[in-house]
Write a protein that binds this ligand. Sequence first.
Ligand code: ADP
Ligand code: MG
Length: 256
Amino acid sequence: MSTLLKVENVTIQFGGLVALNDVSFSIEKGSVLAVIGPNGAGKSTLFNVVTGVYKPTSGRVTFDGTEITGRPSYEVVERGIARTFQSSRLFSDLSVLDNVIIGMHTRTRTGVLTALFRPGVARREMDECVRKAESLLKLGSGDLFEQRYRPAGTLAQADRRRLEIARALASQPKLLLLDEPSVGMDETETDALVSDIIRLRKENPDLSVILIEHDMRVVDAFPQHVMCIDYGSRIAEGDYATVRADPRVQEAYLGK
Ligand code: ADP
Ligand code: MG
């Protein structure tokens, strides 16, 4: 196995607050890492640093052999990292299908000039986009495909979260970052989400996933590699049983 993402000694400060403190970890191609930790620990900040939303105060991020520290988000997406956000960032007035098509823009060649002067090429590429978007919507257990012409804002909460994953996948990432994907889901929906992720990995054995989760049912399903962050520091890493048994992890959860 080879390393896909390497985070080395990343620190980021917001004014006097150290949101991440000397955090290091790496993830192998084709594996899943679950990141846990109390509210405000720095988990979402970690995604923001990896995806170029924030530039770390110090430290390095290397993806697929290239240093990407502080590179702009669009470049990070082009290199193969896609994410979902803790709170939904869908275009609620656009259809479910269009939301996925928007996620593809980094992988399409058609620019304004092609659309103007070679409409046939643009048309064919658009048809291809629709076909791919539809197949992404068929992925998983739910019925997103059936709802593809509805405005995304009218979907049920769990379906909106699943649509965000479909949209992230539209950029054909090597690494998928999911920020609390099970938020707002009941147990049945959470189990369906877990099956979706398992199926996705079966279909794309090289895809790596980093999952921020507060729902231990989800972490239980991906127990091989778990990291716990508290007050910006990595306090434990290993398989889930080891991490869970760590006194610092228990204190982080029980102490609040
Ligand atoms: P988590 O996702 O683990 O709940 P976050 O990464 O969202 O935590 O936040 C970690 C800490 O960093 C919090 O104290 C939060 O208020 C702070 N923080 C995050 N982003 C910013 C920002 N842009 N400016 C100032 N403080 C921030
Ligand atoms: Mg968060």
